[in-house]
Design a protein around this ligand. Structure first.
Ligand SMILES: [Zn+2]
Length: 308
């Protein structure tokens, strides 16, 4: 039997068919065309599903389920996307629509949760029962897996790990609160911190640069910029301080770091491990999880959705 996974993004809808080992057998995609009537977007999504099945040479009767990973707030029990601002979706009963069309069970979860689940079935956390995936990007996303299943809490509103406070009355966060972990530990925060520090250092290659990416900060440090390196060191502490709180709250077996900056690998993971060992409850004798980079890239969303 096969499963279908749909990764609904703000720009593209990616669909994949996976086999029993969660290997992608085929893929298809289409533009999301956000802010159209949702019926049109779901119709395009269904056409992409048909195309993926055709590419795989698989019929719908060989598929046992269809899963959807969506941005925003998703009520997994009701199968409803409650709010996805970047799609213009409010209370869209997408699971019912998919089941009506394809006649198989449909499941829904938030995209961050899907990415975490994907790592446990086909990525860096295979065989791991309790793990957390932290995605460092524009924001800080979180997915919690407990006993092999997504833990999302009441009305699937939990696991918003980026919106736990690191600094009381600290930096403004996009959520309206001040001092959230996300406002210090996201890639966006790293860029902001680097720009501010480089403004004081005319020798830095980042000095006066209008557009700076997170990657640029690492390149500058490689080129010998001490300002960039000290910003990276401090940012690693911000990330690791939040990770230590997760260790103290959940004691997961593994924590995975995802997002573009995770490609920096050991250079950021090593200082984070040291911080956790030094600061977690119980210190070196504490419940120190393995800390690794996530393994799955763009296909994580599809595979995680299929695994729902
Ligand atoms: Zn926040």
């Amino acid at each position: 039997m096969y499963r279908i996974g749909i990764d609904l993004g703000g720009t593209n809808i990616a669909v994949g068919v996976v086999n029993e080992r969660y290997e992608l057998v085929s893929q298809a995609s289409c533009p999301t065309g956000a802010f159209r009537p949702y019926e049109e977007m779901v119709a395009d999504m269904c056409a992409a599903v048909e195309k993926a099945l055709e590419n795989a040479g698989v019929s719908i009767s060989q598929c046992e389920s269809i899963g959807l990973g969506s941005p925003g707030t998703c009520d997994s029990e009701a199968g409803v996307v409650v709010r996805a601002y970047n799609l213009g979706w409010f209370n869209v009963p997408v699971c019912q629509m998919l089941t009506n069309r394809f006649g198989i069970p449909a499941r829904l979860s938030n995209d961050a949760n899907c990415a975490a689940l994907a790592e446990t079935v086909a990525g860096a956390a295979v065989g791991c029962k309790n793990m957390v995936l932290i995605t460092l990007g524009t924001g800080v996303g979180g997915g919690i897996i407990i006993d092999g299943s997504i833990y999302a809490g009441m009305r699937s509103m939990g696991a918003e790990l980026g919106h736990t406070v690191l600094v009381l009355d600290g930096e403004d966060c996009t959520c309206g609160r001040k001092g959230c972990w996300e406002a210090y530990a996201s890639a966006t925060a790293l860029i902001r911190q680097a720009k501010a520090a480089a403004a004081q250092d005319s020798a830095s290659p980042l000095h006066g640069k209008e557009r700076v990416s997170a990657y640029d900060v690492f390149v500058a440090a490689d080129a010998g910029c001490k300002t960039a390196q000290s910003v990276i060191d401090r940012w690693c502490e911000y990330v690791a301080a939040g990770l230590t709180d997760l260790v103290n709250s959940l004691a997961p077996e593994m924590i995975l770091i995802g997002g573009g900056v995770s490609r920096q690998g050991e250079r950021i993971l090593q200082p984070m491990r040291q911080y956790i060992e030094k600061n977690c409850f119980g210190g070196k004798e504490g419940a120190i999880p393995r800390l690794l980079a996530a393994k799955l890239g763009n296909e994580a969303g599809i595979i995680g959705a299929a695994a729902l």
